[in-house]
Write a protein that binds this ligand. Sequence first.
Ligand code: 5GP
Length: 371
Amino acid sequence: MRIDTEVKLDYKNVLIRPKRSYLLSRSEVDMEREFRFPHAPNTWKGVPIIAANMDTVGTFEMAHALAAHKAMTALHKFYRLPDYEKFVKQDKPENGLSPWQGTFFSFGITDSDVEKLNDVMKMAAQRPTGEPVFICLDVANGYSERFARIVERIRKQHSDVVIMAGNVVTGEMTEELILSGADIVKVGIGPGSVCTTRKMTGVGFPQLSAVIECADAAHGLKGLVCADGGCTVPGDVSKAFAGGADFVMLGGMLAGHDECNGQVITRRYLTNELDEQGKQIIREDKFHEFYGMSSETAMHKHYGGVAKYRASEGKRVEIPYRGPVNDTITEILGGVRSTCTYVGAQSLKELSKRTTFVTVSQQINEVFGKS
Ligand code: 5GP
């Protein structure tokens, strides 16, 4: 047994120190980034925020709504090939991205996943030239040797696809995945809003430090990282970018919208107000179901139950209905833009170079009631 006593940080443990800035308005900040990849030959330009590939959030409807902001969506892996075929034929929104340009197709690593991936690549052969195909290879634990070997195999078979693979939280595994063929490494074990891995297994890593360490390792190999999970407010998204994340993936922050899947629950309750006839007024609140992909709810839905040998590592919550996602994404982008103006970054790309984090002691968090 060993103990690593170096301090590791979560988003809530830091703030970003303001710096002298010549920017007059947040509208001057360029939120788009252009990326080159270590393996895929293409480039991609857009807003590097990605809706998570959870079946509640990573939907076609979400992809359309975010594409209008040039942001991305990782589709959940339970769509079938005919669904994809219909989706990619749809028109691109005005000024937005085409469905090919901003969408990850997600896969696990079973034989049937690899078969489905090959079918998607056949479909992709018909896409307009020059548009990269993005895939997301997703396992709860990116540390298995088998995972790296599968990334390697897929890279050999599909040299021009953009591969995002994860999840991991340390530099050495980030390097291994990039050397195996990943372009983007997804970072995060345990920080998700509906994830219970830390409670169930004791395994995890404070997310901001994971992002900083993995980004450093990836950038040394010209690779990229996606900070996945743990953002609860726009300031956290800024901190992830400021820590070196090239992409940021969001689940909970995009849940509860019209574009999401999942049960809508209406709860009626009696108020203390009276109507004209003197009867107590009944009000309604709407909630959306949101759950982790390895929660009991997800496992019952997609696999008919929780296998005997495993425990669920996710939970189900009900979150207040929030209307169309357009307002939320506008708010998130506004927050990140504002961070950039505070530190004098003219573009999102400059944000991490201009960032100095200051640590906030746990005591202060407690005094101000922040969690
Ligand atoms: P959030 O943005 O909600 O904090 O985190 C979203 C991320 O949580 C997802 O992209 C995924 O990596 C992770 N996640 C989703 N469902 C589960 C789950 O059931 N268990 C665990 N351990 N992580 C999950």
